[in-house]
Design a protein around this ligand. Structure first.
Ligand SMILES: NC(=O)c1ccc[n+]([C@@H]2O[C@H](COP(=O)([O-])OP(=O)(O)OC[C@H]3O[C@@H](n4cnc5c(N)ncnc54)[C@H](O)[C@@H]3O)[C@@H](O)[C@H]2O)c1
Length: 470
């Protein structure tokens, strides 16, 4: 039997978090921060990642009291310090520790794979392996809460049969299986921590008992008095809720893209148009044109329903044209900015020096997975441009194997400066103070610059200006 860390108080329940990525690391802290009526930590938390270099690095960082990802959320940093001081959070790469869990929260990745012709395919191999690991180690009665975004049907038709198979091997009654699904809505960025503990949740169980256990657990971690929980009837329903939620977002973003291009062609400011429409309460959350859609979720989740329909439920005639088209349109979106910049630079990018401000997939986060800037940079390089990137939260861009500047450099010497991400740092750029010897193009691809900055730019003779959607 593996020894628990000496600092763990033995009377507390133990929660294991499987997967210490952007979600699991933050969720571990949220659980470690849960307090009882005497303001004492409710749980001992064990974060478990895989035994490879990246997993070991994350676990070590957590054990050193350092959140493993660059972020700018003060609450998250405080929670990390608190957990370190209280000694109720510990991380490991050894799966055997799942044996201590009263609750396991599953926060591992489940990726969509692509064929050579870019067709999405479902590969549940690693996810299934992770579920076998749980089935081998957890005790009878342990609650498994799946937070990972999964194809609808996964808890019932994949997770349950695997846990059952492993329990039967260990002579454990199937009545001892408790599985719930409650998807994450965490938003890395300024409100990283609050987006877990102060946010609404949807949950369900494979049966009433699992759902009841899950409710009790969520109520102990999340401010459910202020952010009430919603219980759905079955796990397939909550799995659909997550995938629909993200597919809806991806589709509405894609929809606005075609209007952006039309507005530009006929010289209309689409942002003004949208603000006018937003006055109507039924349309107040209308999307606006942007640079592209990135990140780990919106780029894959719309594929989960079509893939699940076919591969989990065997429904061959089920089409999802809006969801699948949305991913394709969104993937092509950064090239709209690139084409516009090419035109504004005289029709060719060959030999042009372009400074990109922002490589992460969204503002104030350091996550570069599936960043739209990647699509832009790859194509710009193909067309002969020299690219230099800056981002306040990324110093090395792994996907592109490229160093990234932390400070915004002087603009002299570039043909174009392209703003792609709404990082806070860019609000401070004072264009009036910029001294330019040569003419440059400033291109705002993502509504990054404010009104004053745009007005200042308009006064500077050596700057020509372009943007998306206007
Ligand atoms: N990133 C977000 O903002 C966000 C928001 C909401 C939901 N989600 C969903 O949450 C899930 C996790 O996302 P993420 O961004 O944290 O992914 P991630 O890739 O950052 O983290 C996943 C972690 O799980 C680990 N892992 C994989 N298999 C494992 C195993 N068998 N045992 C232990 N650890 C294992 C990986 O090593 C990795 O550290 C995904 O389903 C994602 O779609 C993400």
């Amino acid at each position: 039997m593996k020894e628990l860390p000496a600092k763990f108080q033995q009377t507390r329940q133990t929660v294991c978090v499987q997967g210490l990525g952007f979600v699991g690391s933050a969720m571990s802290l949220a659980i470690a921060s849960a307090k009882d009526s005497n303001n004492e930590p409710l749980y001992n938390v064990i974060g478990v990642d895989v035994p490879n270099e990246a997993g070991y690095k994350k676990a070590t960082s957590i054990n050193d009291g350092i959140f493993p990802f660059e972020n700018n959320d003060r609450k998250l940093e405080e929670a990390q310090k608190d957990a370190y001081k209280n000694g109720n959070l510990w991380a490991t790469t050894e799966a055997a520790y799942f044996q201590y869990a009263d609750v396991v929260v599953v926060d591992i990745n489940l990726d969509v794979k692509y064929t050579e012709s870019h067709e999405p395919i479902l590969d549940l191999g690693l996810f299934k392996e992770a579920m076998h690991t749980l089935g081998k180690y957890i005790q009878p009665g342990t609650l498994i809460v799946v937070e990972t975004t999964v194809p609808p049907g996964t808890c019932e038709k994949v997770v349950y049969p695997i846990i059952l198979e492993e329990f039967l091997k260990r002579d454990i009654d199937k009545k001892e299986i408790f599985i719930a699904h409650s998807y994450e809505r965490v938003m890395p960025g300024e409100n990283y921590f609050d987006s877990i503990v102060n946010f609404w949740r949807v949950y369900s169980g494979i049966d009433e008992a699992s759902a009841d256990k899950c409710q009790k657990f969520l109520e102990s971690v999340i401010s459910t008095e202020n952010y009430p929980l919603t219980r759905l009837e079955k796990t397939t329903a909550t799995e659909i809720a997550k995938v629909l939620e993200n597919s809806y977002r991806a589709a509405t973003i894609a929809f606005i893209e075609e209007w952006g291009r039309f507005a530009e062609a006929v010289n209309v400011d689409l942002f003004e148009v949208i603000n006018a429409i937003r006055m109507r309460p039924t349309h107040s959350n209308m999307r606006q044109p942007g640079f592209g859609v990135g990140g780990y979720c919106l780029t894959k989740d719309p594929y989960f329903a079509p893939l699940a329909a076919k591969e989990i439920f065997g429904l061959d005639n089920m089409e999802f044209p809006f969801s699948t088209q949305a991913v394709k349109v969104n993937n092509a979106m950064p090239l709209v900015s690139l084409n516009k910049i090419e035109t504004l630079l005289g029709g060719s990018l060959r030999g042009k020096r372009i400074l990109i401000l922002g490589v992460s997939y969204r503002q104030d986060v350091g996550d570069t997975r599936y960043s739209p800037t990647e699509i832009f940079v790859k194509e710009a390089k193909k067309r002969g441009a020299e690219i230099i990137c800056q981002d306040p939260l990324v110093d090395y861009w792994y996907e592109m194997d490229m160093k990234v500047l932390s400070d915004v450099p002087a603009f002299d010497g570039y043909d174009a400066v392209v703003f792609t991400v709404q990082h806070k740092q860019y609000e401070e750029i004072d264009f009036k103070a910029i001294d330019l010897k040569e003419k440059i193009l400033i291109f705002d691809a993502n509504c990054v610059l404010n009104k004053k900055q745009r007005l200042d730019i308009a006064q500077i003779e050596r700057i020509s200006f372009g943007s998306i959607g206007r």
